[in-house]
Design a protein around this ligand. Structure first.
Ligand SMILES: [Zn+2]
Ligand SMILES: [Zn+2]
Ligand SMILES: [Zn+2]
Length: 228
């Protein structure tokens, strides 16, 4: 797990694990999907930029060394002024250089949707309040739409599309697009193939298996069409 990796590399302290995990989720760098963290496109771009412009700071060894020095300061073995100034001088110079070199990064993702007002393609953008669809004709056309990620499956209760949603705690789940009229929801990814026994919806069940939400039948070798 991520926390184990942090522990093994001496990064962070028990008091910083939880804030670290919630920060990377809040900033949309990762999403939690069936209990695992997955990097987002934004997360990958930010990591690449940091690697390129601050190679020693994103370096695992650097962070571990820094934390050890801070521990020394906490125990009174080292003077914090010298630790911080050793770090800060070179860092400030780097930061200035990077500010000039890093241009605004385009994190938008293409979609099949077209703008209802001007017909240009729409892209997924990430804003302060999460993802949304925006017209590529911007700034002339300022059309935006709610971002909806279809799962390609139909609600077993009403037949509407089932879409990917995110809870307030940034966990992915799947629910009926007619919410709140229809409250169908499942935490496991719905699959396009219906149950061979009863014809109802099957959801992903562990790696490469599917489980029927109606009769409970488990089918092996059912591939999910995740993120295609
Ligand atoms: Zn438009
Ligand atoms: Zn429904
Ligand atoms: Zn079934």
């Amino acid at each position: 797990t991520l926390v184990k990796t942090l522990e093994q590399n001496g990064i962070g302290r028990p008091s910083t694990y939880a804030p670290t995990l919630s920060t990377i989720q809040q900033r949309d760098y990762v999403v939690k999907e069936t209990g695992r963290f997955k990097p987002t496109k934004l997360g990958i771009i930010v990591t690449d930029l940091l690697r390129e412009h601050f190679p020693n700071i994103v370096d695992v060894g650097f962070t571990a060394q820094m934390e050890k020095e801070l521990d020394d300061v906490a125990q009174g073995d080292r003077n914090w002024v010298s630790v911080v100034s050793d770090f800060y001088g070179p860092f400030a110079r780097k930061l200035e250089g990077a500010e000039q070199r890093i241009e605004r990064v385009d994190t938008s993702e293409p979609t099949a949707e077209t703008c209802p007002n001007c017909g240009k393609p729409m892209v997924i953008k990430t804003g302060r309040f999460g993802k949304f669809l925006a017209c590529t004709g911007y700034p002339e056309c300022k059309t935006t739409k709610k971002y909806v990620k279809s799962t390609g499956t139909k609600c077993p209760e009403c037949g509407a599309d089932v879409i990917e949603k995110v809870t307030k705690k940034r966990k992915i789940f799947y629910g009926c697009s007619r919410y709140p009229e229809c409250t169908f929801a499942t935490s496991r990814r719905p699959l396009p193939t219906p149950c061979p026994k009863c014809g109802k919806m099957m959801v992903q069940y562990g790696k490469g298996s599917a489980k029927c939400i109606a009769c409970g039948a488990i089918v092996k070798g059912e591939k999910s069409e995740a993120n295609q």
